[in-house]
Ligand binder design. Sequence first.
Ligand code: FAD
Length: 320
Amino acid sequence: MVLAFVEHDGGELDDASAQTLTLARDLATGVDEPLEAIAFGPEATAVAHDAGVYGATVVNAVEHDDLDNYAPEAYARTVVQCAEGTGTDAVVAPGTDRGSEVLAHAAAKLDETMAAEVVEVDPDGDAYQLTRQRWGGTLLEHARLDADTKVLTVAPNEVSASPTDDDPADVNPFTPDLEAGDLRVQCLRTEASDTEGVPLGEARIVVSGGRGTDGDFEALEELAERLPDAAVGASRAAVNEGWRPHDDQIGQTGTKIAPEIYIPCGISGAVQHMVGCKGAENILAVNTDPDAAIVGKADWVVVANLHEVVPAVVEELDRR
Ligand code: FAD
């Protein structure tokens, strides 16, 4: 079996989990094993529809009072118990905060190594040939993973999620046998951030600002409001200045985005910023400096003052 840990919102898979199932499906076909998913929470059984669409035949649904809230070690114990005794070839998860944390604990409990941020995997006898990201995605590493149970996370937004015509997965209610100490760390409360509109990671268009905005994001917000499914982001310099919340940060230590169009304004294009937007299909940069690093990385560049260009674009959109 190939077992995929998936995350969901009320039974609806998130993008990274759909991408993970897509990679896991190809892997399961390659090793001639079935693909199963494992989902947690009160609506885990509702994942059956989406998991089936992405190729899982079974969803192991963990609906357990102690596990309604995220608890990394208990989740890992559950994943390991679900995998054990079934000749599981691989345990796979999205390379999100939670997926990475759960699989790191699971790998330790299985006494196996973990390969993180995988973008491609090919079976090679009893081992796997992997391509994985290093240094925030600036480097691709080819590696061979030889283990009884291979444990790997899939780099978000690097694999296209591709649905099938398959039926919903069967549901297997799964109850773990938790041990003392598994619930040492539990998420007690989740607060939605008060940012309105489209989440940054899901926006079709992202307008973002850096130090060059001088803290004035008004025109950038107005532009985003006028574009379809658009969100406002920021560089770390802008976040460090306190101009934007950390949720808005794009980059190595922020959100990774994959919009159709990315519009960085007053952002120099440091490598730590660019690893967060390398999934963007097109980049349209606004910068006063024709020698800024972003100029060489963008598809289009407007060499001009953002405080003039962005309000002019907003005005033109309103005029039409
Ligand atoms: P600057 O580099 O100062 O660039 C400002 C740009 O604005 C310049 O190109 C300038 O020409 C232009 N400009 C100025 N005025 C105007 C104007 N009126 N109109 C148009 N253009 C103008 N950074 C991130 O963004 N995200 C991360 O996740 C991140 N993680 C990091 C992790 C580590 C471990 C480290 C060491 C650094 C990290 N950084 C990150 C910081 C990164 O190295 C850069 O310092 C940061 O991205 C710079 O932000 P900036 O481009 O807004 O500012």
